[in-house]
Every structure is written in structure tokens, then in C-alpha cells.
Design a protein. Sequence first.
Length: 231
Amino acid sequence: MDRTVIGMRIAVVAEAEKAKDIIFTLGVELEDTAFSFRWFAKLAQYAKAVQALPYDVLILSEKMDLPRFRDTLFTKASIVLFVDSASYQSRKYNQTTFLYLHDFQKELPFCLHLLKQCAKGKQYYLIHTQGASMQIRLRDIYYVEKQEKYLLYHTKYGIFQERGTLKEKEAKWQEDGFVRVHHAFLLNLRSVKAVRGDEVELINQESIPISRSKKHRFYETLQTFQPDDAS
């Protein structure tokens, strides 16, 4: 059973009827993506909630916009959509994309494209280790190492062990930026810092070997890899 899931959290700050329309419309269009919505009647309510649980996308009626919240709240999400705006415009600040939409329905196709791109960076894997389960983003896994009948997940949060095979993970995660660089290593291309001879230097200061038989495919995949911008 594949334990890889997508979990994109979307906050909607708008009047009840407007929020209902937005949630219904996006719910239908995002049916092939795992996501969750939460409605807030006021931006202050969202400000309180986001301290405990971050949201990937913030959608709000422009009339709900309060300047004092902009710097502290808006950059916490990957995408901020302002609906019912006077005009359409787009801008990016740090890792956050801001869209001001005059007509939500008309701009819906472009919004959906952004949301689905955002979802790609929100994929998680449920690791079962030492009698417990831990949910880790795929992008936070630097590489997976094979040791006999076990897999060692080298991640941003430490190393976790689980029974399994690299062949299985390679087949499931190759579309998500993972490539086999050695019989014992499955590498997340997002983790590559530099390539030096027969080794890959990673962003966590480690290095892993590239086998001669897999070097060509590694370089070919690395050149075409386009990482998502999700934080």
C-alpha cells in the first residue's frame, strides 16, 4: 500500500456566502487532489489560528484585507488570492505568490494551475518506524539508503528506519524528483548542492556516491528537473 499522500491546507477569509461559493467551486475542481478548507469570518481569526497551524494557501475577500496583518501573515502561505479586487494583477514576494482577482470565475484556470503546482510540494510519506508512524514531506527527505532488509530515510528531521525496498520507492517517487544513483541510494534531486566526480554533495553537507552504471541517467534527469517553489 502506498502511503504517499498530498495534503494542501487552504484558508478562506470572506463573508459566509462568498466563502461557500469559493469552497464549492475549488472543491469540485480539486477533486483529484487531497486538500482541506477552513473558513474564517475575520482575518483576526485566521491570524490566531495560523500561529498553531500553517496554511499553504490563503484566499480572502479584498474588503477583509487589513494592512497591519500583511507582513506577519501573508508571507506564511505559498499563495495568497485576493478575490473581488478592483483589477487583476500578480506579484511575488519572497516565496509567496500574490494574485489580485477581479473575476474569480474568469481567472479560475490560472488559479487552479497555481494551486496544483503548490500541492506538488506538499506530498507526504507516512514512515512506520519503531512502532510509531511519522508524516514527513517528500521534499524533506534528502535520500533513502538501503541496508540489508531495511531502508534508512535521511531527512531534515533525522534518520528513520523502515523495512522496504529501494526498487519500490524508485518506481513510486521517480515523478517526484527521486532518482537511483547507486544500488544502495535513492536521491531526492532537490537535495543536490554540487556534483564532484563520482559523488553528489548534498545541502545537508553529506556526500553520496554515483555508480558508473547510473551516472548517465542521473545527469540526464538532473538537467531536466524543475523543482517546485513550495516552501
